[in-house]
Design a protein around this ligand. Sequence first.
Ligand code: SF4
Ligand code: SF4
Length: 411
Amino acid sequence: MKHSIPVDQCGPRGAEMAAAVQACVHCGFCLPTCPTYQVMGEEMDSPRGRITLMKQVLEGRQPLETALPHIDACLGCLSCETACPSGVQYRDLISPFRAWAEPQRERSRMDRLRRWMLMNVLPYCWRMAMAVRLGLMARPFRKAMPKALAPMFDLLPQRMPRREPLRELYEAHGEKRARVALLTGCAQQVLAPEINAATIRVLQSQGVEVVVPRRQQCCGALAWHVGEEQRAVKAAKANVAAFPTDVDAILTNAAGCGSTLHEYPLIMGEGAKAFAGKVQDVAQYLDALGFRVPDKERKVTVVMQDACHLLHGQRVQSAPRRLLAKFPGVIIREVADPELCCGSAGSYNLEHPDVAAALGRRKAEALLAAQADVCVTGNIGCLMQLRAHLGVRLRVTHTMVLVDEYLRNLG
Ligand code: SF4
Ligand code: SF4
């Protein structure tokens, strides 16, 4: 698309935003794969519509306030990037645009309070743990709470999971094949600590030494995706400094975090390139390493739920399937419309509960139709969203938890 964006006046990522706009040829191939377009049915809530809106705002031809509802409604799932034949880097536009727009917009008091709570609670393990405990105590009285807080109660686990503190170093079992560092995530370590424990055990079993850097922080995804630029830059800098350089890879087991670590050069600049170059999802890493599987058989039918930030954000699709297919007795089933988001998308299900719930219900029905014993996913946000919508109808767990159970002959 031709544009007249004054790149120099659009903040530090003006050139990236303009390049994304320029690459779009307005063909509309991305529309059918956009979950918000499917639910809302409006051009302005499609990738093409949003690109046009952001272009016009950056050119000064459209007031920011009229575009914001449509920009805010974007999940950031990046399904449009996968579908786009012209290679539009939508991620180079949406998050930088939100960061550019944030200081110029007005928010209601309730909106500010909710954002403040999200930014000051979710990324900090002990605050998050305390909030979950308080939430579980308050859940019986949820009807008396402000309506805006209701979605937070829906996403709480049934009970507070028991959490073992993680050590800084886990030795490889048997001959050492590699040394990696693991990002353990913030909310994940509170809501589902078994994921990190399982990931570490699986890596050890494959001869991989695991470093868990003590000074690591939240990856900054939450802040970056909602335009809180300074918080995101701070998180990126802290993590680049906290992770050791003498490792073969920096691993994540949460797709949203992994995708954001890959975006560190966009967030904090060239200084993060070497760091981002080492980042891999754990399933992708184990698949490439050559996974050693026991010869015992365990019959289980698995339906795969690709997290958007794995499928679209990191283009990882076949690695988790190849990994699971190595286990004797594992049957893999696919879900209908696998490219569609489940509605989780970081804090989206808290900020846009209606759209998120519609997508969550749709995904839950599609997963049930696969008639599997268990659904696996590679992202804590999807896991919580799917558990909320599936309840007891289908078990939902992380890929690494299933692999760990298999290796330990559990379940
Ligand atoms: S990121 Fe997802 S929700 Fe946003 S425009 Fe692209 S496909 Fe639609
Ligand atoms: S598919 Fe790509 S080029 Fe076509 S409208 Fe969507 S973003 Fe633009």
